[in-house]
Design a protein around this ligand. Structure first.
Ligand SMILES: Cc1ncc(COP(=O)(O)O)c(C=O)c1O
Length: 349
């Protein structure tokens, strides 16, 4: 369709250099599945390496690349998936081999606690991939579209992946829409059989029209400048909070408006999510590292709103540090978990 072609043209004009082909999907999981299929199809290798605690969606291959927590109920999964600790290059270098089709990582694993890797991490991962003829797939579903202060999160790490996956906000979070862009030489996979990956609703007409507008806005200097300006306000605010609550906060993790606050233990994530909720803030904890509270505000935030959020975060921490409040939240959290467990065991009878 014309709308799809227009979007594709604009998308690749903004994508990291040499990623000049793009395909659209109805969701992030499907786009990740496609990326993995493309890597296996092109390299004719089997192994897919991903990170423990990572999250790439709940569909077939994306699920297999994710954390054990979400897949243990659905065994057997697609074979060939191996996981490594995110950020551990030595471990990765011992795992990757000539049968590796791809390494897939989120630029900053959100569900694993907004873990921001060192600046040279992805360059080193890419050279390991090159050494073994594997492709580097970067999942930008959370970090893309300006979240980190650059259009693509991976631009902060001076490296061009082989395949990049984008989703969520691409259609303003409304129309089902995700994308995978890749180097044109991988297209050879489809030359013999063009129907190797088709998707009835992938690249829906309306979604494409919306995504084109979203991309225009997200790539504008004004928009990205605002993200960086607001990020600075948060950085100052977090600094203050960390000083004032050093008993509870152990680390601030931030790249642009991709932000996480690490607390002293894994009870604090759920505790803070509830306290934030009571203060009118929606901040979920990272499900694969519950000591981290995710702070992921809209990118169109204005200064007064940012200051208001910081103020409410302060109130939420004060609230969460009250002993009685802690006991109340923890007991309802434990009760809910126990109920889930009991229901699960009952379902086995
Ligand atoms: C990093 C990442 N990858 C993949 C996905 C899956 O996207 P979708 O829910 O659109 O399938 C998500 C969704 O939360 C995500 O955060």
């Amino acid at each position: 369709s014309e709308a799809r072609a227009r979007l594709a043209e604009f998308f690749v004009s903004l994508a990291p250099r040499s990623l000049d082909k793009v395909l659209f999907f109805s969701g992030g999981g499907e786009a990740v599945d496609f990326a993995i299929k493309l890597a296996r199809g092109y390299t004719r290798k089997r192994k897919i390496i991903s990170a423990y605690g990572g999250y790439h969606g709940h569909t077939g291959l994306a699920l297999a690349a994710g954390d054990i927590k979400y897949k243990k109920y659905f065994l057997p999964l697609a074979p060939g998936f191996i996981q490594v600790p995110f950020g551990d290059l030595e471990y990765l270098s011992k795992t990757i081999d000539n049968d590796t089709a791809a390494v897939i990582f989120e630029t900053i694993p959100a569900t694993y606690g907004i873990y921001i890797p060192p600046k040279d991490f992805f360059k080193k991962v890419k050279s390991l991939c090159e050494k073994y003829g594997a492709l580097l797939i970067i999942d930008e579903i959370q970090t893309g579209l300006g979240r980190t202060g650059k259009l693509w999160g991976i631009q902060n790490f001076d490296v061009v992946p082989d395949i990049m996956v984008v989703g969520k906000g691409l259609s303003g979070g409304i129309y089902p829409m995700a994308a995978a862009c890749f180097k044109s030489k991988y297209e050879s996979v489809f030359k013999k059989e063009p129907f190797l990956h088709v998707s009835t609703f992938g690249g829906s007409e309306l979604g494409c029209i919306v995504a084109l507008e979203v991309l225009k806005i997200s790539s504008s200097t004004e928009f990205l400048e605002n993200v960086n300006y607001i990020a600075k306000i948060f950085a100052d605010g977090f600094n203050q909070l960390k000083n004032d609550f050093s008993n509870y906060i152990t680390e601030i993790r931030q790249l642009g408006l991709m932000m996480g606050v690490k607390f002293k233990n894994e009870l604090w994530g759920p505790l803070m999510s509830k306290a934030c909720f009571d203060e009118g803030l929606l901040c979920v904890y990272s499900n694969n590292d519950k000591s981290v509270l995710q702070v992921l505000p809209p990118l169109i935030l204005q200064e007064d709103q940012a200051r208001e959020i910081i103020l409410r975060l302060r109130k939420a921490i004060e609230r969460a540090s009250d002993r009685r409040y802690q006991l109340k939240v923890i007991s309802s959290f434990v009760k809910a978990q126990m109920k889930n467990q009991i229901d699960y065991f009952k379902s086995l009878f």
